[in-house]
Design a protein around this ligand. Sequence first.
Ligand code: FEO
Length: 170
Amino acid sequence: MLSKNIETALNKQLRIEAESSQIYLAMASWSETHGLEGISKFMYAQSDEERIHMLKIIKYINERGGHAKVTDLQEPKTNYITFKEMFEEVYKHEVFVSEAINDLVHVSLTEKDYATHNFLQWYVAEQIEEEAQAKVILDKINLIGDDKGGLYLFDRDIQQLTLKNSESSK
Ligand code: FEO
C-alpha cells in the first residue's frame, strides 16, 4: 500500500509525464507545418514515449492500492521562432524532468518505500538517456546555426535516430 505522500508525489510525476507528451506533440505539429519531416517524426515518437512513461506510473499507483488521477494539463507552447529555440526547450525540459525524478527518489527513500524506489530506477536510467540525447541534438543544432543545407541533412539524420530509438524500445 502506498503512503499518501508517495501517492501524491507519484501523481505529480504522472502529470509531468502527461505534460511532456503534450509539449512534444505540440513541437511535432509545429515542425510538421515548417517542412521538416524528420524532426516532426522524432517529436511524435518522443510524445508517444512520454505517454508510455505516464501510463507506467498510472499502472504502478493503482497496483499498489493508490488512485492515479488524470487531471487537466498546462497548455503547451505551440509556436517557436526557430528549431534551435525548440531544441533548447527540449533540453531544458528534460533537465527539469530529471530533477523531478530525483526529488521523487528522495521522497521514496525518506518514506522507506523501497518498492517505489526500485520502480523509479527505470526512470533514473531513462532520464540519463533522454537528457544525453537532447544535449547531443542541441549541440548539433548549434553547430548548424543558420545553414539551411545543414538543417536539411540534420532532418534526415534525426529520422534515423527515431528509427533506432523505436527499435531499441521494442
Ligand atoms: Fe518522461 Fe522525457 O521524460
